[in-house]
Design a binder for this molecule. Sequence first.
Ligand SMILES: Cc1ncc(C[n+]2csc(CCOP(=O)(O)OP(=O)(O)O)c2C)c(N)n1
Ligand SMILES: [Mg+2]
Length: 652
Amino acid sequence: MTDAELEAHAINVIRGLAMDAPNAARSGHQGTAMALAPLAHVLFTRVMTYDASAPGWFDRDRFILSAGHASILQYAFLHLTGFGLTLEDLKAFRQWGSATPGHPESHTPGVEVTTGPLGQGFANGVGMGVAERHLRARFGADVCDHHTFVICSDGDLSEGVSHEAASLAGHLGLGRLIYVYDDNHISIDGPTELALSDDAPKRFEAYGWHVENLGEAADDLDAIEGGLRRAMEVQDAPSLLVLRSHIAFPSPTLIDTPGAHGLAFDDATIAEAKQVMGLPDEPFFVPDDVLTMYRSAGTRGRDAREAWEKRFEAFDGDRAELDACLAQTGRRGWTDAIPTFAPGDSMATRSASGKVLAALVDDVPGLIGGGADLTGNTNTTIADRGALSTAEPAGRQLFYGIREHAMGALMNGMAHHGGVIPIGGTFLVFSDYMRGAVRLAALSQAKSIFVWTHDSVGVGEDGPTHQPVEQVASLRAIPDLRVFRPADANEVAHAWRLAIEHDGPSALILTRQNVPVLEGTIDADVAGGAYVLLDADDPAVVLAATGSEVHLCVDAAKQLAAGGIAARVVSMPCWELFEARSAADRGSVLPSGVPTLGVEAGSSLGWHRWADEVICIDRFGASAPGQRVLDELGMTADHVASTARKLLGGDR
Ligand SMILES: Cc1ncc(C[n+]2csc(CCOP(=O)(O)OP(=O)(O)O)c2C)c(N)n1
Ligand SMILES: [Mg+2]
């Protein structure tokens, strides 16, 4: 066989696997995987620099399959090139406990980000491009010098988050982004013409991208390689290559049919397609010569990696800074820089957050501040370090513009790229606009720090459109997302430390309005999730609260004490951390048998787990000065005290 014949044969073998695994699972998406086998082949054997034996090598090219439904394509390459997936893993495609879940998940070696929700991978790639260029500017091309390759589909380009991210990528002139658009004119409901008639190339040109139409080149390896290489030459703009492909090619029966998107082919259709390709009618057929060729391609970046390792060793800049960045942590002793706040002072928790962040800028060098046009309002500024832009790529302040969803997804891409710790701020009520990305941050444990301020009806005059009510409860419902609602400035400081120490996402829910710095919070057990802030001998009632309602409970406890009722105040800044503790531990904070009143200026959903009675807000707020709204909706110390008395059985 000539090399060209071997490549053609290898691509057909991939197509065979792309049919066999979904057939074994009776579930999966073979059509696009088949059509894009040549593109993936060119990327993995001719273009990308990577070493399958070292999937975590920092300076590897990144590959994202944004159209995550075609996961079998990525898995086939991860197996054949030697990332560690076995043929048995491919046979267990989509099965319980397998390493080959339905959509790519970032815990699989070789999978950079979790994709599947369309548009997310597209925007994650932009985050990767931001991180790469930033670190190249800061530490030099000897340390960081790679590309991000993304395969995206009609669905990816239709989703709003990709529009936001594409606009920002063009604005930022991210030249190391190489996107290939699988222009197959098919989505699930039928031909894309049912709902999509915009001119994608023109749209991307208008965003400032380099666009090249490769046309009917889905099977032309040299044409694909040429397009990719030309795109790699473009330094100052992201690239979109438009590749017209034919879903399910070369199946004579299913080519170009929407049914090929996700319906597992039957045995006869598979046999027919294999016959056309000259493959034996044998499931999971991988001949030795194909495996050998791919295994050798899998090490094509080994020399580059070894050379990089020498350069990395010899790095003569600020080593401690580089190490801290790559480890996504602080310099040695960084926690010493975290400020404490004296009781008696009064400060919005968003302001405290800004002060803590300012104190950490030098010692946690990977922090990249940012906000969605509310940077000052959310205090997510990293001052005096420059605005990250084309002109100043080393800047540590990223202006995301009014693009919350892309901000969340870029942050996840940056976090998974490594070397940086992204911070993104907006109003809590707009966390809803980010939710798709936040969920994936949790699922993939991206080290993204979401700063959501203006956290209750205390927002005031802007009214119910801007007053969050149900957001905290809905964020707590996301598994593996740590949601912190600190009571005061000191709890904010603890929450920041925990967020930076945690290898996963954290949400900081902060007030717009001032709240007092409380007695006893300098040593607050925020790490324990909830703790006794103010105790009494043999308490008759527990007042449990978060955030701006904790100080109301402290005042209410004093009122109750004056009336002869012993009350304990529990601050619960992070339910997830509290839930992770033993029942006995939790009982030492919230004792069973003592009536508990929960207080939070938001939805009561979830509170009955901890409390017998609640003071919450299960309605929309209203436009008025914030204090008036809080008073009207029962968020006062008097109301807490009177409700506690009622809970204890009447007018005590
Ligand atoms: C946000 C989101 N919405 C819906 C889906 C369900 N879904 C999976 S693929 C797809 C569209 C398929 O069209 P396209 O992206 O062009 O992929 P192709 O069929 O060409 O492979 C849809 C709607 C999804 N994965 N993500
Ligand atoms: Mg399509």
